[in-house]
Ligand binder design. Structure first.
Ligand code: UDX
Length: 474
């Protein structure tokens, strides 16, 4: 029997379309599996590039094909094969998605069998909204970032109208922004995404796409009410149909476990080869003694920046596990100072890609030096691990402000990259202010678990989403 015949005949057909980037694909796959468990017919649309990485490094594709009614399709992202798809150059993908991918996507939707009843598209894919509108297909948008970042993006036109944007240079960075409801007392210019600093076409596109998020049939967020309830109540004045279903990775784990699924095992959707040797290294370290350091899948660093972090970590005297992803340092960091090599041998472990969810859940981890990507932030929240934030771009600047100022879950290093500051922050997190951060982190981790349990807010919102898709009740 081919996949078409296996599809549950009475279930609607949902097409899921993520932005082709690690952080987005990870959370969309978790969502897809939750919907597959609920018995929906699903097609997951990957870019050719992403699909190839998944096939090469994971067993995700065969895992998902075990669900009747689940299918992967692929589409070009329009970038040449050799494009780095990282750092600020990643933003070029939005041009090729518009010029190359969009017409192919439209034709694909027109011809797809069975007919697509509902599109569940990444909220940064304005092209999906345009095509859905043109073809009259109901669309639910999934914004994979935090509610607080989505809300600040939404407010960009208001900030411009209030004369709070553009930012007027480096000396303007500590000015308070007062036109984002719910953030009036703590949001500074330096907490806004990098593209607010330059006011170019990226800012305009992101702001326009975010406005579109509030106009679809519903807006889905990978967050939970106890974490972002205040901001969500402001957002609901503009879009009443918001589904908070996160933290998705924990939600999926919980539902698989509840349904006694044999598929309840750790699996990777990484675009890189996962080095699991760091788990045995962690097994040998004392409880809560290791700082985990990772800057996600898109951050690019100069060798000077890498050396500043490295010196800071070595000089702190703390143990560390560091992910130095292939391509993270395009200038390759030749001539690594000898004291760094020696310091790492004594107390460090460096890998090119880690099983991050498992690492953060390991008892030896005591803190996370992160770029504040939203998945990393949620993974840390779930495991009750305090954070030092060094945001790189986009939503990360706002996330890091909330981690430090609103949730009290850690420290925000912001624009600084200096070995002395790294050393001090590591010591503050792991020693001086440890109890304070651990207390908040443990409390938030408990709330995260409650919201994905039966009757919790995310649990109920997912059921509501499935029901609304089944009845097309938007
Ligand atoms: C991007 C954006 O940069 C981020 O700000 C946005 O919120 C989502 O999309 P990325 O930069 O990769 O994602 O960060 P993040 O959201 O943290 O996602 C990284 C994912 O890769 C996480 O799920 C993390 O568990 C995983 N990862 C990272 C690994 O599995 N192993 C690693 O070694 C590093």
């Amino acid at each position: 029997m081919d996949k078409e015949e296996q599809r549950p005949q009475t279930s609607p057909h949902v097409l899921i379309f993520p932005l082709p980037a690690q952080g987005h694909v990870n959370s969309m796959l978790k969502l897809a599996e939750l919907l597959a468990l609920a018995g929906l017919n699903l097609t997951f649309l990957n870019s050719d590039f992403v699909h190839e990485q998944l096939l090469r490094h994971t067993d995700v594709v065969s895992r998902f094909l075990k669900y009747a009614g689940f299918e992967f399709r692929t589409i070009p992202d329009g970038l040449p094969d050799e494009h780095p798809r990282a750092g600020h150059a990643f933003m070029e993908i939005f041009e090729t998605l518009e010029s190359i991918t969009k017409p192919i996507f439209k034709e694909m939707l027109v011809n797809m069998k069975p007919r697509v009843d509902c599109l569940l598209a990444d909220g940064v894919l304005g092209i999906a909204v345009d095509v859905a509108e043109e073809l009259g297909i109901p669309i639910v948008q999934f914004r994979t970032i935090s509610a607080c970042s989505t809300w600040a993006y939404f407010a960009v036109p208001d900030m411009i109208q209030a004369g709070e944007l553009p930012i007027k240079g480096k000396e303007d960075m500590d000015r308070l922004i007062t036109s984002v409801p719910g953030m009036e007392t703590f949001l500074r210019c330096r907490d806004l995404p990098g593209f607010c600093r330059v006011m170019d076409s990226t800012l305009q596109r992101i702001s326009e796409d975010t406005r579109k998020n509030f106009k679809g049939h519903g807006l889905l967020l990978n967050t939970f009410e106890d974490l972002e309830g205040d901001i969500l109540s402001h957002m609901r004045t503009k879009s009443p149909n918001i589904y908070t279903v996160g933290p998705l990775h924990l939600h999926l784990r919980t539902r698989l476990c509840d349904s006694n699924q044999t598929l309840f095992d750790q699996y990777s959707s990484s675009f890189y080869e996962v080095d699991r040797s760091c788990l045995s290294w962690l097994d040998k370290q004392p409880k809560g003694s290791v700082v985990y350091v990772s800057f996600g899948s898109l951050t690019v660093l100069s060798s000077e920046q890498v050396f500043e972090f490295w010196f800071g970590l070595v000089n702190s005297g703390k143990r560390f596990l560091w992910v130095l992803r292939p391509g993270i340092m395009p200038d390759e960091g030749k001539n690594i100072p000898v004291e760094l090599m020696e310091g790492s041998k004594k107390r460090g472990c460096i890998v090119s890609w880690a099983p991050q969810e498992e690492v953060l859940g390991h008892g030896a981890i005591g803190g996370f030096l992160t770029h504040s990507g939203w998945n990393s932030t949620l993974e840390s929240v779930v495991e009750g691990v305090p954070m030092i934030c060094w945001p790189y771009f986009a939503d990360q600047q706002i996330n890091s402000r909330f981690v430090s100022q609103v949730w009290g879950l850690g420290l925000d290093m912001k624009d600084l990259c200096d070995r002395h500051i790294v050393e001090k922050m590591v010591n503050d997190l792991m020693v001086e202010r440890r109890e304070e951060f651990l207390k908040s982190a443990t409390k938030m981790a408990k709330l995260a678990k409650e919201c994905v349990n039966v009757g919790g807010s995310s649990y109920c919102n997912l059921d509501r989403l499935v029901e609304d898709i089944r009845s097309m009740n938007f």
